[in-house]
Design a protein around this ligand. Structure first.
Ligand code: GDP
Ligand code: MG
Length: 164
C-alpha cells in the first residue's frame, strides 16, 4: 500500500503551512487529476530516506448545511479513506474548540493511525498549553510543532515514517 499522509483539521490551524513546509524541498506537486474537481492538494515528501505522499485538505465543518462546506467535507472524507496515516491538526494558540471535538470524533471513527499535531507551538508557553489537547482522547501521542519555525516537526516526522 502507498504511503499517504493526510493533514486534516478545522480551518486556520496551519495545515497548508505545514504541507508547504513538507513538500518545499521537492517541489514535486502531483496536482489534481485533470477533469476531477476536488479541493485536495497532493505533494511528495521525503524524511530519512522514506518517501510519501502528503494530502492537504480544506477545513471540515461538522453539521453545516452550507453547500460549499459539504463539498469540503466530502473531500476530507476521501482524504481520510486514502490515507495510511492521519495528522489531525489543532491550534495551541486557540486551545480546544467545539469544532476540534467534532472533528476528533470523525477522525477516531476511521480505523487508522492518528497523530495529534498541536501547531503554533511557537514558544514554551504554547508547548505547555498543548497538553490541553490530550482531552480529545486521541491516544498517547501528541506533537507540539511550529509550522512557521519548523520546531518539533522532526520528532513528528520520525513517528510518521514508523508507519511505513
Ligand atoms: P489552514 O487553514 O489550516 O490550511 O491554515 P493555514 O496554513 O492557511 O494557516 C492559517 C494561519 O496560521 C496563517 O496566518 C499562518 O501563517 C498561521 N500559522 C501557520 N502555522 C503557524 C505557526 O506555527 N505559528 C503561528 N504563530 N502561526 C502559524
Ligand atoms: Mg489550508
Amino acid at each position: 500500500m502507498a504511503n499517504i499522509v493526510a493533514i486534516v483539521g478545522r480551518p486556520n490551524v496551519g495545515k497548508s503551512t505545514f504541507f508547504n513546509r513538507l513538500i518545499e524541498k521537492k517541489k514535486a506537486i502531483m496536482d489534481n487529476e485533470p477533469g476531477v474537481t476536488r479541493d485536495r492538494h497532493y505533494g511528495y515528501a521525503e524524511w530519512i530516506g522514506k518517501y510519501f505522499t502528503v494530502i492537504d485538505t480544506g477545513g471540515y465543518v461538522v453539521g453545516s448545511d452550507d453547500i460549499f462546506e459539504s463539498a469540503i467535507r466530502e473531500q476530507v472524507v476521501e482524504a481520510l479513506e486514502e490515507a495510511s496515516v492521519i495528522l489531525f491538526m489543532v491550534d495551541c494558540g486557540e486551545g480546544v474548540t467545539p469544532w476540534d471535538r467534532d472533528f476528533a470524533n470523525v477522525v477516531r471513527s476511521v480505523n487508522k493511525p492518528v497523530l495529534l499535531v498541536a501547531n503554533k507551538a511557537d514558544n514554551t508557553e504554547r508547548i505547555f498549553a498543548a497538553n490541553e489537547f490530550y482531552e480529545l482522547g486521541l491516544g498517547e501521542h501528541m506533537f507540539p510543532i511550529s509550522s512557521n519555525s519548523g520546531s518539533g516537526t522532526g520528532e513528528l516526522l520520525d513517528e510518521v515514517v514508523k508507519h511505513f
